[in-house]
Design a protein around this ligand. Sequence first.
Ligand SMILES: Cc1cc2nc3c(=O)[nH]c(=O)nc-3n(C[C@H](O)[C@H](O)[C@H](O)COP(=O)(O)OP(=O)(O)OC[C@H]3O[C@@H](n4cnc5c(N)ncnc54)[C@H](O)[C@@H]3O)c2cc1C
Ligand code: SF4
Length: 488
Amino acid sequence: MGKITGFLEFDRKVEAYKPVEERIKNYKEFTVPLKEKELKDQGARCMDCGIPFCHSGCPLGNLIPDFNDAVYRGKWEKASEILHSTNNFPEFTGRLCPAPCEEACVLGINEDPVSIENIEKNIVEAAFKKGWITAKPPLTRTGKKIAVVGSGPAGLAAAQQLNRAGHTVTVFERDQKAGGLLRYGIPDFKMEKQVIDRRLKVLEEEGIVFNCGVHVGIDIEADELKNDFDAIVLSGGATVRRKLPIEGADLKGVVQAMDFLGQNNKRVDGIKDLGNEIKATDKDVIVIGGGDTGSDCIGTSFRHGAASVSNFEIMPMATTDRPEDQPWPFWPMRLRTSSSHKEGAERFFSISTKRFVGDSEGNLTGLVTSEVEWIKKPGQRPELKEVEGTEKEWKCELALLALGFTGSEKTVAEQLGLELDARTNVKASESDYRTNVPGIFVAGDQRRGQSLIVWAISEGRQAAHHVDSFLMGESKLPLKGEGDLPRI
Ligand SMILES: Cc1cc2nc3c(=O)[nH]c(=O)nc-3n(C[C@H](O)[C@H](O)[C@H](O)COP(=O)(O)OP(=O)(O)OC[C@H]3O[C@@H](n4cnc5c(N)ncnc54)[C@H](O)[C@@H]3O)c2cc1C
Ligand code: SF4
């Protein structure tokens, strides 16, 4: 299995990006695909390790050496079957995953790791192109009805798995279209929305009903769902935004990142009447927060035609290499530079925003920062200390707050009498995803807090298994790493 000498013969190669000047003119994806021969060579780099650490690094337990080998041999349909046996939506993870599998790849110890994520994307794209991904409704129905609340990757994965088991699934989504943060958080230049629509069409053809524009807890009492359905899966995400309660935070021009990104994605989708327009055009933009959300604000600001874009991060700059205390195969906290950062943003680390400054009409004109240092004390969390004499004022007409999320919304949990954990997410154990109320399950960011798409899909699949067992006494739906071949 595999090409024994592949990793010696071929260097790692991934997709190139279109030039910055060209790609920031629109919101389209901007990667340049590899040729088939190049992809096969990348598959050939996999050593088919006896103990494939990539497999355990992946939250879905993807059968990575198996699909790498199939790609190397040009057996794309087989590769797609293997990939879909553990991952409902590789087109999302193949574009957007930070690829913990690659950080765990054995080849990564002294070489560049296998380009697993890019291989994954190309397998699923080939499968859609060839028409191998078609609706596969269940042959029989159980008569059990399940409500899934929230249509992000966790809800969609749970819905597809439960539908496969023969249950009748209705997905409730408060937004106008399904997809969760994939649709109204992540910009089109990272994933065009037809990628979601294409998959939703398959799910609908399989028999899943989508009730969009319905806010559970407001438009329908959560209790009503309890009466009408045999089980409920909550997958509403962790959407409560962290605030920055400092002087001037209410000035016009201090904006939550998700308001900026959500509005832009709707504009790109052709939706009109979006209320107060939030645009970065000709402005000096400062994005406060260095994660994925911050990075997406940077790329979006450049596409608006911002005069300048700076990015502030309160933590010190990480190293590009693995830190010594985070050895292979663990996920390392190293400096990550996204394609948006490379579009021209200036990054500043160990910097804290002290106050916003405005004009007499309440418009943001600047902000004041100071440098900070983190004091480490044995056995304690590092302490933040301002560095004296480092105060600085910056010109800025748009400050985007990308400070993360503090937990999930409470309305539905309160209406259903659900316990929350210390981080205000809905409490359920990873062993069975059950809340304290029988028949109600929770998966994805609403259970684990703000996380990753790959975890959301994994949790949706796992929760589906436990819902099915709850309803039927047992379940054939696969758990993590157990493929359910053949399925596309
Ligand atoms: C800007 C941004 C960029 C990101 N980029 C990446 C990335 O590149 N890679 C990555 O892996 N992860 C990324 N993430 C994280 C990732 O998007 C999330 O971890 C993932 O989407 C969580 O999936 P989920 O299904 O649990 O919840 P969500 O995707 O948040 O979906 C929850 C859905 O539930 C709906 N909902 C909530 N309450 C109700 C209710 N009461 N009634 C009806 N509907 C309801 C919401 O409207 C939403 O559509 C990013 C996050 C953000 C904010
Ligand atoms: S760890 Fe890397 S080289 Fe080994 S099987 Fe997985 S992808 Fe292949």
